[in-house]
Design a protein around this ligand. Structure first.
Ligand code: CA
Length: 222
């Protein structure tokens, strides 16, 4: 896995980095919270090991700032503080696991492997939204288990929308470029036409989301 270690204690950071590299992981190390966010955006690591006590931005602030945008990164928090409240807060902010310092490398490795197994159950070629499931490998879409017949363009538009879950907005122009691969500046009415087709076919799951596109849709089209 690609692992980003965020640890301001140089000895511990080095120790973790060495151990994980020997286990075959690709490792990057940063020593403060701002660096953590910058590297998460740049490297999109599969896993982040995040110390809570950090200079500039602490680990809790990093978790809060990561929010929904980095759902593809699993986060394992390291903390010297044992309070249950804090552990719960980390998990609520999106951490996948919390490990108390001091810990043994064996324990950390076991937790990492467990996160890796959990990740592999979510093959990213399968996209989900509500009852909807899109399998990129077989090129099929099912809604509550029954297959939905979509044209190639509808499939492609739906894929773009599902991949943008968690983003606040996307523009019609962006969708035009992704789905129709047309130069910018062309009319974008076709996006609305195809959103309407999808809404008709997927009304049960996406009707309100795609229709209002503001509340709980895969994303907002503007
Ligand atoms: Ca620290």
């Amino acid at each position: 896995m690609h692992v980003l270690i965020v640890e301001d204690d140089p000895a511990l950071g080095h120790f973790l980095g060495q151990g994980l590299m020997l286990d075959g992981h690709e490792v990057a190390l940063v020593t403060d919270g701002e660096g953590a966010l910058a590297s998460a955006a740049k490297l999109r690591p599969e896993l982040m090991i995040l110390d809570l006590g950090l200079p500039r931005m602490d680990g809790m602030e990093v978790l809060a700032a990561m929010g929904e945008r980095y759902r593809s990164t699993s986060v394992l928090v390291l903390t010297g503080r044992a309070e249950m409240e804090e552990r719960v807060k980390c998990l609520e902010l999106g951490a996948d696991d919390v490990v108390l310092k001091p810990f043994s490398f064996h324990e950390l490795r076991a937790r990492l492997n467990a996160l890796g197994r959990r990740r592999s159950q979510f093959d990213d070629t399968v996209l989900r939204f509500g009852e909807l499931e899109m399998d990129g490998a077989t090129h099929t879409v099912t809604q509550a288990g029954s297959e939905v017949d979509l044209t190639a363009t509808e499939f492609s538009l739906l894929e773009s929308l599902l991949r943008r879950q968690g983003e606040r907005v996307c523009s019609r122009t962006e969708l035009m470029n992704e789905v129709w691969r047309t130069p910018e500046g062309m009319g974008t009415n076709i996006v609305d036409v195809y959103v309407n087709y999808l809404r008709k076919k997927l009304g049960k799951t996406l009707g309100r989301g795609l229709g209002a596109m503001r509340a709980q849709g895969p994303c907002v089209i503007r």
